[in-house]
Design a protein around this ligand. Structure first.
Ligand SMILES: Nc1ncnc2c1ncn2[C@@H]1O[C@H](COP(=O)(O)OP(=O)(O)OP(=O)(O)O)[C@@H](O)[C@H]1O
Length: 681
């Protein structure tokens, strides 16, 4: 398996480049081969006549005299007369590229890329290519551009990928059954990879893309549906006899707060599900801060009253603890016995909890991944709730479910995705939606400021802190490099210490130990820290009502859904809250994202806009958008492929014997390995 072959096995990759690739998250050959271009440039050479004044041109020129070098304010200017297209006299100018002087010989034919000034008949050159580097025209039509870094350039990455493709061609395994490939006319995996990295035509690229998206979705669906098909075979659900006074009793425990209509409707739907003989698989969608936790607690309470146990899994310890505090307040008074199990639960305590659980003396077990371990055994598990479930692998969800028989399932999700999409991703499930926020909340006032207006933003933060409130300061996103991201958080933190002198400032990033992060988060929750400089690690579910302002640096780098999630950390109490987006968007799409954020805080509108804006080629901001992450497939664009993949996966799994045939050995093995590695699909 190429996942196990380190990049050092590719001819030409030495220690320095290995390190550079590792920083881009590429460690093995499989990752290198799926490091796809995010853009293809048209590098074909055109005649000068086809361009207008001010255009970026790519032309062929003959050096028509010896280049002259001069210096101006410490910068070099190299100038040479040229003949463009063997006929048009002009000048070429290179700024700060004096090293080219020796290489540019009179009479030499080179390709220049740069800006054309008609008036001065001059090309300001940004890129020079010598004869031997000239691309063949079919290669130049769609020249791949890769995510790269200072240590490794895009053309270098391209060369390594080509080398790896040649060297490992025989080891590129095709997981898709031949029959499927034929039915849907899908090219084989090797061809697809080849075409992604060096497409000769648009159509070739389209076919490669279609094939890889199909594969990705198909594997995802197989994994997802294995559990569903099994659950169906097991039988339908169990009727849970929930007494009808649960609504009243639960409302009493809320100490005067009124449930929103959306919360109440969702509770009704859950109540009906539990009563029906059909197993419940329900997705509870609610915008950030809409109060999903209470609804989940209601479900837990109802189930407990019917005589069953409940497991609720959160993606982080902090969140699980937050649930515990809230459950103590809301559920313990109703007689629900609650316990918490996480990775940092001590051995003795853990043993006690497990004993109580097996004896049915714990009704609701809250926790993290720690709930998945084998020795966690319930006496009578009836309901599994997973919070922010997209963060768990499909296999992990299945594991928890299997700890009970015919368990009901409730997923909580803060990403409002359109229904068609939900169906395609999760298959058959029911969806409850909470649209409104609790009464008394004010919408978060959102401002977009240019980075030159940082002072103003900092003043606003200070103003809130002076009132005794707390602030989140979000450091720029650095895609796929936790290290760089941490560095940027550290330097922002240093700045903030002087900007916010007199206040207690702290910092949170992905390179700290879990323990360190926890301690910091805890003191923020307790109000001991007033301003928290952080990378996106704060994003999920944290509930600190006293935090009323968020300042996001380089906001143009984040995706819409992500910005919305981040912003959801403020505006969770009765006080007016603010979100300041600092940023200078480079293009239209980024600008529209920021404008959308200023214009609305309705997560559903934002989700739609997000899908609309996320075009191919945009790679920043996809992370943590809330949808499962796919490398090639784009749910906005390839929804139909997902649907077909879903049907095919279902068919395969239902025809049980079929699935056991030797031809599917590779697939089964892949799924098994994905299981044990806890992969996302
Ligand atoms: N009906 C209500 N009235 C007043 N406050 C409420 C109501 N429902 C929930 N809350 C409070 O609102 C806050 C947000 O609720 P909760 O944490 O459940 O949101 P959420 O939907 O999980 O949001 P996120 O996805 O952002 O984590 C909590 O402090 C909760 O106690």
């Amino acid at each position: 398996m190429l996942e196990k072959v380190p990049v050092t096995h590719v001819a030409g990759i030495g220690p320095a480049k290995t390190k550079a690739l590792a920083e881009l998250g590429i460690h093995d050959v499989a990752a290198l081969l799926t490091h796809f271009p995010y853009r293809y440039d048209d590098l074909r050479i055109r005649p000068l006549l086809s361009y207008a004044d001010g255009d970026r041109v790519r032309v062929q020129v003959t050096i028509n005299g010896s280049p002259k070098l001069r210096w101006q304010n410490g910068k070099s200017i190299l100038q040479a007369p040229v003949l463009v297209d063997f006929q048009t006299p002009a000048y070429a100018m290179w700024f700060n590229q004096h090293y080219l002087q020796k290489r540019l010989r009179e009479g030499e034919v080179v390709i220049l890329q740069g800006k054309w000034s008609e008036r001065y008949r001059r090309i300001a050159v940004s890129h020079t290519e010598f004869g031997n580097q000239r691309l063949r025209s079919e290669e130049a039509a769609m020249y791949p551009v890769y995510r790269s870094s200072k240590q490794i350039s895009s053309p270098q990455i391209a060369a390594f990928i080509q080398q790896a493709l040649a060297q490992f061609q025989d080891q590129i395994v095709d997981l898709l059954p031949l029959e499927l490939r034929q039915r849907y006319k899908l090219v084989n995996r090797y061809e697809a990879l080849l075409a992604m990295h060096r497409p000769r035509t648009r159509e070739e690229l389209r076919q490669a893309h279609r094939r890889l998206a199909f594969e990705e979705f198909f594997l995802f669906q197989l994994q997802l549906q294995r559990y569903r098909v099994q659950a169906k075979l097991q039988s339908d659900g169990v009727v849970r006899h929930v007494p009808s006074d649960v609504f009243e009793k639960f409302a009493d425990a809320l100490e005067g707060f009124t449930l929103t209509d959306g919360q109440y409707d969702a509770m009704q739907e859950i109540y009906h599900d539990l009563h029906s003989p059909r197993a419940m698989t329900r997705l509870l969608q609610g915008d950030v801060g809409s109060g999903k936790t209470w609804v989940a607690f209601f479900a837990a309470y109802a189930m407990v009253r019917a005589g069953w146990q409940v497991a609720m899994m959160a993606p982080t310890e902090i969140l699980a603890e937050q649930h515990l505090l809230e459950a103590r307040k809301r559920l313990e008074p109703l007689g629900v016995r609650v316990a918490l199990l996480t990775g940092s639960t001590g051995i003795r305590e853990r043993r006690e909890i497990l004993a109580l659980l097996a004896a049915h003396q714990v009704d609701l077990l809250l926790g993290t991944h720690a709930l998945l371990t084998e020795d966690v055994e319930f006496a009578r598990l009836g309901l599994v709730i997973t919070d922010e479930q997209h963060r768990f692998g499909v296999a992990q969800r299945g594991t928890l479910q299997e700890k009970g028989e015919r368990t009901d399932i409730l997923y909580l999700s803060a990403t409002p995705i359109p229904r068609t999409l939900a169906l395609a991703i999760y298959g058959d499930l029911d969806v409850s939606v909470i649209r409104e926020r609790p009464k008394g909340r004010q919408p978060v006032r959102t401002y977009w400021l240019r980075s030159s207006e940082e002072d103003k933003a900092v003043r606003m933060v200070r103003r809130e802190l002076a009132k005794g409130r707390q602030a989140y300061i979000v450091a720029p996103l650095v895609e796929d490099s936790e290290k760089l991201e941490a560095t940027s958080a550290v330097s922002l933190y240093e700045q903030m210490q002087s900007h916010l002198a007199g206040y207690r400032v702290s910092m949170l990033h992905g390179r700290q130990s879990a323990k360190e992060k926890d301690a910091i988060m805890r003191s923020f929750i307790a109000g001991e820290i007033q301003a928290l400089v952080s990378t996106t690690v704060i994003e999920v579910g944290i509930d600190v009502p006293n935090a009323t302002i968020m300042l996001i640096y380089h906001a143009q780098r984040f995706g819409l859904a992500q910005l919305h999630q981040l912003r959801g950390r403020v505006g969770r109490g009765a006080n007016a809250s603010f979100c300041i987006l600092l940023g200078d968007p480079p293009g239209d799409v980024a600008k529209q994202r920021l404008e959308t954020m200023v214009g609305t805080d309705d997560g559903f509108l934002i989700a739609e806009k997000d899908l609309e804006l996320r075009g191919p080629g945009e790679f920043l901001g996809v992370r943590q958008s809330g949808l499962p992450e796919f490398t090639v497939g784009d749910l906005a664009r390839d929804l139909n492929i997902m649907q077909v993949a879903r049907d095919e996966a279902e068919k395969l799994l239902q025809e049980n014997e079929f699935w056991l045939l030797p031809v599917y050995e590779g697939l089964r093995k892949h799924l098994f390995e994905a299981d044990s590695a806890g992969l996302k699909y």
